[in-house]
Design a protein around this ligand. Sequence first.
Ligand code: TYD
Length: 135
Amino acid sequence: MNSLEQCRLIDLPKIHDARGNLTFVEGERHIPFDIKRVYYLYDVPGGAERGGHAHRDLHQLIIAMSGSFDIVLDDGREKKRFHLSRSYYGLYVCPMIWREMDNFSSGAVCLVLASNLYDEADYYRNYDEFIRDVI
Ligand code: TYD
C-alpha cells in the first residue's frame, strides 16, 4: 500500500561553479522512476491553489525551479505539508496520494517530472472517491 512514508524530499546532484550552479536528474538513478513527461506551472496568481487530485499509477518529482510554494500530501490517513523553495531538491510523490498546492510566491515556477504521459483516467478528482479506494 502506498503511504506518506514513501513520499520524501530527494536531494539532487549539484555542480557548484562560479559561473552558476548546475543540477541534473536521471530517471531510475536519482528518482525511483523513468521520466516520460515534464510539465510546469508558472504565472500562478497570488492566493491560487493547484492540485486537488490524486493519481492511480503516476509517480512524480516536484521541484521549485524558482520562488517557492507549499504542497500538502494526504494518503487518506495523515497529511503532511512540505515547503519547496530550492531547485536542487524535489518532492517525490508516489501513486495514490492526494495533493494540494498553495502559498505560491510571486514568480514561482513548479517543475514536475512524471512517470507517464498525460492520462485523465489516471486522476482521482473527487476526494471522497479517493478515500473510498485508499482506505
Ligand atoms: P491539473 O493536473 O488538474 O493541474 P494542477 O494539478 O496543476 O492544478 O491539469 C490542469 C489542466 O491541464 C487539465 O485540464 C489537464 C491539463 N493537462 C494536460 O493536458 N496535460 C498535462 O500533462 C497536465 C499535467 C495537465
